[in-house]
Design a binder for this molecule. Structure first.
Ligand code: SAM
Length: 280
């Protein structure tokens, strides 16, 4: 039984990190006219109400999108991202936050396709209401089963976002197994995998599996908003990118430096890591 609801966390520092890297990848793919197939395996509800009881209970968004919302000194990429959030919030009030499906939907051209998988019945129903578009296919389906069944798609250029809730501990073992198999079948795609940085360090075992997978070109990006030691709860946000786009390879360090400055819990408490887990 799934109990995780992203509404408690929407727009937090990890969402900002994940969605910004996603936008950077999309920006590069859009430079060519050729069709793109996007797959978002853990889609969530697509659009979040930051005035909901869930969001107001944690107020996590105030330490994420809330920190950038009214700034006028952002880099071009952060500005694009902020403007995207701005478009769904008429006026100066930050009320809605777009999930990854809405961010990807916003970038769709006529020739592109977006496939969304979401298992939770309530989240799936909301997703159907929030994202209606003939270019978008929405499945109430297990991410791992769907990923194997749907890859490789007929459109060869693509981007896959893997963003589990890690509420079941099997996610840490299933993810590398399923993603490595699918990435070997669809080797022309770019794969973006999100993971939490928690004191227990469970992500390390997952990274080891990718390191030993035989896949090449895997970039490791981590944003720490506070020190790992003596911390309770999530201290950072990690992303593994298989086949990263050229612009991300060039810009990742600078993007993460900017995010550290904007999102660290207190001055000089944050840091970032940009390195190849597996080089070319
Ligand atoms: N990607 C979304 C975004 O960035 O806006 C957030 C997704 S949230 C972190 C994870 C989602 O995965 C939840 O909505 C949860 O219901 C869903 N989920 C959990 N296990 C799943 C599974 N096995 N298959 C499909 N969806 C699953």
């Amino acid at each position: 039984m799934l109990s995780y609801q992203h509404g408690f966390h929407a727009g937090n520092f990890a969402d900002v990190h994940k969605h910004l890297i996603l936008l950077e990848l999309v920006e590069y793919l859009l430079r060519k006219d050729k069709p793109i197939c996007y797959i978002d395996t853990h889609a969530g509800r697509g659009l979040y109400d930051l005035e909901s009881v869930q969001a107001q209970k944690t107020e996590e968004f105030s330490q994420g999108i809330g920190r950038l919302w009214l700034r006028n000194d952002l880099s071009a990429l952060l500005n694009t991202y902020r403007n995207l959030v701005d478009e769904i919030n008429p006026g100066d009030r930050l009320t809605f936050y777009p999930g990854s499906p809405a961010i990807l939907a916003n970038c769709l051209r006529d020739q592109d396709k977006l496939i969304l998988l979401e298992l939770h019945p309530t989240e799936f129903s909301a997703l159907q209401v929030n994202l209606r578009d003939p270019r978008i296919a929405i499945h109430q389906r297990d991410a791992w089963e769907g990923l194997q069944a749907l890859t490789p798609p007929p459109i060869k250029r693509g981007l896959v976002l893997i963003d589990p809730s890690y509420e079941v501990k099997q996610d840490y073992s299933q993810l590398p197994k399923q993603v490595i198999a699918a990435a070997k079948k669809w080797s022309t795609a770019t794969w973006a995998i999100w993971y939490p940085l928690l004191p227990a360090g469970k992500h390390e075992e997952m990274l080891k599996k990718f390191k030993e997978s035989g896949l090449r070109k895997i970039l490791r990006l981590e944003l720490m908003v506070k020190p790992a030691t003596g911390t309770l709860g999530m201290y950072g946000s990690g992303m593994l990118i298989i086949n990263p786009t050229w612009n991300l390879c060039e810009d990742a360090g600078a993007i993460q430096d900017e995010l550290v400055r904007l999102l660290e819990e207190s001055p000089a408490s944050g840091s970032q890591l940009t390195e190849w887990l597996v080089p070319e």
